[in-house]
Design a protein around this ligand. Structure first.
Ligand SMILES: Cc1ncc(COP(=O)(O)O)c(C=O)c1O
Length: 364
């Protein structure tokens, strides 16, 4: 069949669908960067520079049952997460990364023409999954410091609104949303998804409120604080009724056995991991101070493991390219609501030193 023939057969609403732009892996960049892959300083995807707990590597090296399907009911995993969050297992559903749960939640609530209120600029998967459901994004711009405009969110609610999505702290800006603002939005009665992917770095959560509200959902991940981005393990805390629906509509085996073993070992090594979270938070503040000294950058205070900066003088794309040529990867944006800016993940102290030196070279 000709290419045109296939294009005629796919869903017409997906013909012009804009996908999600993910960061490139170091292997994919090998050709483009002048330093060896091992020397690349990866500050573009908010990963954990310290890696995972050594216990995870040990456990996976000796795991005996890769030939057996995982537990579709996530029984042990939900118990482990109950221990970590303090919320009972019936509230918890895990996914292949929290992005898969965003997709599952939107598929549960959103059909063609239904509206999703989104506080932009924010994590692009909210747009991606809304469009995949044929839903309509209702975008509410954040204020000039990227805080949520609560009254505008409330005004954006219509009869067609199915869910309000809110990353706290926000990606890519690192901005927190105070609990009172979240509660004001939850009080509208519309389902609210509070995405707390960076909660271990911010310390602010509404998890404990899920029990009191039938319309509040919270998402978390092991990608950032536990260094497990490559194993894909996220989870959500839901009112039990919603958790039950999600368990029903999810594909059975989205969490693989390696991810379950990794969660078990990470939680058994929690002090080690939380020490590294502390180191990242300390480094975030030092990185902020160093970026602030560069007169041509305006960094924004962050509660996450990255710092967002406006480029006041020069072009973000050229800065990103100049850093990449020196083996340092950061993310740049130049699109409506995210003009001429870069986002830098917090690395180890030596990564900050190398970054600041390279930024000075690139801009001189
Ligand atoms: C706000 C937000 N939510 C969810 C995710 C997805 O994380 P995961 O690796 O668990 O899919 C990210 C990743 O960058 C994020 O920034």
């Amino acid at each position: 069949m000709s290419k045109e023939g296939i294009a005629r057969l796919i869903r017409s609403d997906l013909a012009t669908f804009g996908g999600y732009t993910a960061s490139k892996s170091p292997e994919a960049l090998q050709e483009e960067v002048e330093v060896p892959v091992e020397g690349i300083i990866k500050l573009d995807a908010n990963e954990n520079p310290y890696g995972c707990s050594p216990r995870v590597k040990q456990a996976l090296g000796t795991y005996p049952y890769f030939n057996i399907y995982p537990d579709a009911k996530q029984t042990e995993l939900r118990k482990l997460l109950q221990g970590y969050t303090g919320v009972s297992a019936e509230h918890i559903v895990a996914g292949n990364g929290s992005d898969q749960l965003i997709d599952l939640i939107l598929r549960l609530f959103v059909g063609p023409g239904d509206e999703v209120v989104n506080c932009v600029p924010t994590f692009d998967i909210f747009r991606f999954s809304t469009e995949m459901c044929n839903g309509k994004l209702v975008e509410v711009p954040r204020d000039e410091n990227y805080f949520v405009d609560v009254s505008a969110v409330k005004r954006a609610i219509s009869k067609k609104t199915k869910i309000i999505v809110l990353a706290n702290p926000n990606n890519p800006t690192g901005t927190p949303t105070p609990q009172k603002d979240i509660l004001e939005i939850v009080d509208t009665g519309v389902p609210v998804l509070a995405d707390e992917a960076y909660v271990e770095f911010s310390g602010e959560t509404v998890t404990q409120l899920v029990d009191q509200y039938k319309n509040l959902m919270v998402l978390r991940t092991f990608s950032k604080w536990a260094g497990l981005a490559g194993l894909r393990i996220g989870y959500g805390i839901f009112p039990p009724e919603i958790a039950e629906y999600l368990m029903r509509i999810k594909l059975p085996f989205t969490i693989n056995v390696a991810a379950v073993a990794a969660v078990r070992e990470s939680l058994a090594d929690i002090d080690y991991l939380l020490d590294r979270v502390k180191a990242i938070v300390t480094e975030r503040e030092r990185l902020f101070g160093e970026l602030n000294k560069l007169k041509w950058l305006k960094p924004f205070p962050s509660q996450a493991n990255f710092i967002f900066c406006h480029v006041l003088n020069g072009k973000a794309s050229e800065i990103q390219q100049g850093l990449q040529n020196r083996g340092i990867l950061v993310r740049y944006f130049d699109q409506p609501l995210l003009r001429n800016s870069i986002r830098i993940s917090v690395g180890k102290p030596e990564h900050t030193d190398a970054l600041i030196k390279a930024l000075k070279e690139v801009v001189s």
